[in-house]
Design a protein around this ligand. Sequence first.
Ligand code: CA
Length: 220
Amino acid sequence: MSRASFLLPERLAEYYAGVAVREPPLFAELRRETAKLPQAVMQIAPEQGQLMAILVRLMGAKRCIEVGVFTGYSSLAVASALPDDGELLACDVSEEWCAIARRYWQKAGVDRKIRLVLAPAVQTLDRELAAGKAGAYDFAFIDADKPAYPDYLERCLKLLRPGGLIAVDNTLWSGRVADPAERDKDTEALRAFNTRVSRDERVDLCLVPIADGLTLLRKR
Ligand code: CA
């Protein structure tokens, strides 16, 4: 399988995969199972899972949020990096995809650290806020429907403590955000999101050119 991406030419991508990707066998098994789905491209890259796990460990994060579970690779990476008393609130609407996720969480022994809520994420996050959880979370990963990114961001900003980190996926969108000829709604939404957060004084920002672009926002 070619590892070439819009960011790395093939030779460098092969080299990178050889020295920089440490994927546990169970994670690789989930990747192979997900590859059979037509939506497989929605799965995060292994190096991105590694980065998020390092960030979660560095922060000593205990309470995390995930908006968009898909087949559970990112939640597997984050939950594995959490301490035994940590919790990941996982938000998704697909029973079918989350059934796969659940199987792997169980196999990894991290299922007890994951609270999956099958409902629109805005509703779930609003319920957390109504329950007095503002400021209670350390880390959030946003990787769902692109036009709703601002809705997820605003809620995660409230739910996170100062110094908490929000990671937002697909912000380079295979390079399409930089091509003015691309006018579809997802590309437009990501472009608007990137512009908006670039000026947002509530956060420190770093858009990491890894995988499909991962924007890190630290709540001030
Ligand atoms: Ca994604």
